[in-house]
Design a protein around this ligand. Structure first.
Ligand code: SAM
Ligand code: SF4
Ligand code: SF4
Length: 371
C-alpha cells in the first residue's frame, strides 16, 4: 500500500464545523461562557488584504507577492455577514467592529454598513457600529461611511515622523494622508475618533511623547497598544514590548496624568486624563496586564470562522453552516454551544506559552481574524 502524504494544512482552511445541539434553544441575550463572561462584542474581518505591511502584523517577507490571499468566493458575502450578525445580536452582542486587513479595501463596504446599521438589539437599541482602519483611504471614504450609518472610526497611526512611520508600516503613504483622513472623519461626525498607536520598543517608542503632544487638547483619544505576539510571522520578543506603565510614566514627566474609571466592564483600554483638563489617553496592556477575565469579544474571520480568542489556533466554521441548509435556530444553537464551552484566557497564560518552548505556538494572523 502506498503511503498517503497529508500536507500540513494552511491554518485558515482547517475545518472545524460546529456541532449543532439536538435540542435547539432560543437565544436569551444572556449567553455566558465557562468563566461567566457574556458575549457583547463582535469583530468582523471583511478582508485579509491590506495596502500596508506593518512589521508587527503583515511583515513583507511573509506577505509578499506570492502570498495566497483568500479568493473572493471564500469570503463571507454581505448577506451572510448580516445574517450571522443578527444571530449574534440575539445572543447579546451590542457592538460591531469592522476590521481586517484593511476594511476600506473591501469593495462596496458602505453597502455592508447600510445593512448592519438597521439591525437593533432585542431591546430596540441601535448597535454600536464602528471600524478600525489604517486611515489611508479615510479622507476619500469618510462621508460615504457616515452616510451609510457608521458611527465611529478608530484609526491606526504609529508615528508622526515620516521615516519612523515608514519603518513601522513599510509603505509610501505619507503621515499627512492619515492625519487628513482623521480630520475629515471628525468633520463628517465619525467621532469621537480614537487613534491606536502600537508601540514597538526600539522602533517607534521615541514617538510616544510627540504623539501625546500632538493629540493633547484635540477631540481625538490617543491609545497606546502594547506590541502583542499575535500570529506567527512577526517574530515577537518580550523585550520589544514597552509596558503601558512606562508609556504613562514618559508622558507624565512633561504632561501629568491621572487615572480615570473605566467606561464599562470589559473596556480594553485603561484611561488616563491630563491633569490640566486637556483631554485623555488610553493604554491597552494586553501583554503586561491581561484583561481576559472581562473579555466579551468574539471574532469572525474573513471566511466566516468564529474565533473565541485573538490568540486561538483554530476557528469554528460558521460559513459551512451558512452555506448549507441550516436554519437560523440551528446556527444560533451552535453558537450558544460554542460560547458556553469557551474558556480562553491566552494573555493570562502567556508566560507559560512563550517561555520554555522551542518554537512559538502557531497562531492565526491578525490580518485574517481582525484586530
Ligand atoms: N488595517 C486596520 C488597521 O490597521 O487599523 C485594521 C486591522 S488591524 C489588524 C487592527 C489593529 O490591530 C490595528 O490598530 C493594529 O495596529 C493592531 N495590531 C496589529 N498587529 C498588532 C500587534 N502585533 N500588536 C498589537 N497590535 C496590533
Ligand atoms: Fe494592515 Fe492594519 Fe495589519 Fe497594518 S495593522 S498591516 S494596516 S491590517
Ligand atoms: Fe480575550 Fe483571548 Fe485577549 Fe484574553 S487573550 S483578552 S481571552 S482575546
Amino acid at each position: 500500500m502506498t503511503e498517503r502524504i497529508i500536507p500540513v494544512a494552511d491554518l485558515r482552511y482547517l475545518q472545524a464545523v460546529p456541532h449543532i445541539p439536538e435540542l435547539l434553544t432560543a437565544p436569551t441575550g444572556l449567553l455566558s461562557d465557562k468563566l461567566a463572561r457574556p458575549l457583547r462584542d463582535l469583530r468582523i474581518s471583511v478582508t485579509d488584504r491590506c495596502n500596508f505591511r506593518c512589521v508587527y502584523c503583515m511583515p513583507k517577507e511573509v506577505f509578499d507577492k506570492d502570498y495566497a490571499f483568500l479568493p473572493h468566493g471564500l469570503l463571507l458575502s454581505f448577506e451572510e455577514i448580516t445574517r450571522i450578525t443578527k444571530i449574534f445580536v440575539a445572543h447579546g452582542v451590542e457592538k460591531i467592529r469592522l476590521t481586517g486587513g484593511e476594511p476600506l479595501l473591501r469593495k462596496n463596504i458602505e453597502k455592508l454598513i447600510e445593512m448592519l446599521a438597521v439591525i437593533t438589539t432585542p431591546e430596540g437599541k441601535p448597535l454600536d457600529l464602528t471600524m478600525t482602519t489604517n486611515g489611508s483611504l479615510l479622507a476619500k471614504k469618510a462621508q460615504s461611511l457616515k452616510d451609510a450609518g457608521l458611527q465611529r472610526v478608530t484609526v491606526s497611526l504609529d508615528s508622526l515622523d515620516e521615516a519612523t512611520f515608514q519603518r513601522m508600516n513599510d509603505v509610501d503613504v505619507p503621515v499627512a494622508d492619515v492625519l487628513h483622513g482623521i480630520d475629515v472623519a471628525h468633520q463628517v461626525g465619525l467621532g469621537p475618533i480614537k487613534v491606536n498607536m502600537v508601540v514597538k520598543g526600539g522602533v517607534n517608542d521615541q514617538e510616544i511623547v510627540p504623539m501625546a503632544q500632538h493629540f493633547k487638547g484635540s477631540p481625538v483619544i490617543l491609545r497606546f497598544i502594547e506590541y502583542m505576539d499575535v500570529g506567527a510571522s512577526n517574530g515577537w520578543k518580550m523585550d520589544e514590548v514597552i509596558p503601558s506603565a512606562e508609556v504613562v510614566r514618559r508622558i507624565s514627566e512633561s504632561m501629568p496624568l491621572q487615572e480615570v474609571e473605566a467606561n464599562y466592564t470589559g473596556e480594553t483600554a485603561e484611561r488616563w486624563r491630563y491633569v490640566d483638563g486637556q483631554g485623555e489617553i488610553g493604554v491597552i496592556s494586553s501583554v503586561t496586564q491581561a484583561f481576559c477575565s472581562d473579555c466579551n469579544r468574539a471574532r469572525l474571520s474573513t471566511e466566516g470562522k468564529l474565533f473565541t480568542c485573538l490568540f486561538a489556533t483554530g476557528g469554528h466554521d460558521l460559513r459551512a453552516l451558512l452555506r448549507s441548509e441550516h436554519s437560523d435556530a440551528q446556527i444560533s444553537s451552535a453558537i450558544a454551544h460554542l460560547w458556553s464551552k469557551r474558556e480562553d484566557r491566552y494573555s493570562e497564560l502567556r508566560t507559560k506559552h512563550t517561555e520554555g518552548l522551542e518554537r512559538p505556538v502557531r497562531k492565526v494572523e491578525m490580518s485574517y481574524i481582525g484586530g
